[in-house]
Design a binder for this molecule. Structure first.
Ligand code: GUN
Length: 284
């Protein structure tokens, strides 16, 4: 058997088209949805991500602004900037690209962003709302994965879902979303003993560790759905996920590729969160 490939790029395109139509409707009411991205320092990977986010915003008919600050920007200056953006009615979404330089308290920065503009869904209020089943903004990567599972008609009620990686950005919110959809959720971390014994139980397996090859075909239940969140750059060039694609593809029922799987969905859902923020602002 070989797995069906879940085409994240095609689905992301459909999501982006829907956002574009919603942006047109808002503009007809005189509101131009706007995202401001703040980048501190010159991390090359972050620069690429930020450029892609801004371009996607523009393509969807939204206003995007990138504010670049030097790597030695004092924490106070960044917090002041966020305060100004919080008060600016033309800014519907604020995203501070991570990681931040070591002298800046990342938690404090995230908590300073208005929860109503936190399109990353990282603010502690948004984490709490998600946990209690009343989400305002869902973090983009897990939100995109839920969209993919939905578009593929993957049954989640009563399914065994196993997540490898327990980060605040992916693993933990993913667990909350799958739990809310009725799955039985196992959240594995770097201390998990016999990872394969856990992953082999999964009807839906989500892998988000940043460690290429941490899951291979021998660790996958035949016919299951495998979602690979990893984006790892090879020394010789090219990208691979966290899942060994070749061996996993031979066992799984459906699998996301890298690139072209989860990655495009993350950006698409950022646009969804931004348009939702603007629509809420328009309604209030
Ligand atoms: N760095 C890597 N992924 C992300 C993300 O989703 N949001 C932000 N703000 N920074 C990131």
């Amino acid at each position: 058997m070989s797995a069906r490939i879940i085409d994240g790029k095609a689905l992301a395109q459909r999501v982006r088209e829907d956002v574009r139509e919603r942006a047109v409707a808002l503009k007809a009411k005189g509101i131009v949805p706007g995202l401001t991205v703040v980048l501190v320092g010159e991390n090359p990977a972050s620069q690429v991500y930020v450029r892609n986010k801004a371009a996607a915003c523009e393509q969807a008919g939204m206003r995007s602004r990138v504010i670049g600050l030097g790597a030695d920007t004092p924490e106070e200056e960044l917090l002041d900037l966020i305060g100004t953006l919080n008060d600016d009615p033309q800014v519907h979404g604020i995203l501070v690209q991570l990681p931040l330089p070591g002298h800046i308290d990342t938690g404090l920065v995230i908590e300073t962003i208005s929860a109503a503009k936190d399109v990353d869904g990282f603010h502690i209020s948004n984490a709490g709302l998600l946990m209690t089943g009343r989400p305002l903004f869902r973090p983009c990567t897990p939100y995109g994965i839920m969209k993919m599972l939905e578009s593929e008609d993957i049954p989640l009620r009563g399914a065994e879902a196993v997540i490898v990686g327990a980060s605040n950005i992916v693993g933990k919110p993913m667990a909350m979303l799958l739990l809310a959809a009725g799955a039985t959720v196992t959240l594995c971390n770097s201390k998990t003993q016999d990872l394969g014994a856990q992953t082999r139980r999964a009807d839906v397996l989500v892998v988000a560790t940043g460690r290429p090859g941490i899951v291979n075909g021998s660790m996958i239940k035949p016919g299951s759905v495998v979602i690979d969140v990893g984006i790892n750059r090879l020394p010789e060039g090219g990208l691979v996920g966290d899942v060994d694609f070749k061996s996993a593809h031979a066992v799984a029922g459906a699998i996301t590729p890298v690139p072209g799987g989860v990655g495009p969905m993350t950006i698409a859902m950022l646009l969804v969160n931004t348009i939702e923020a603007a629509e809420r602002g328009a309604a209030s």
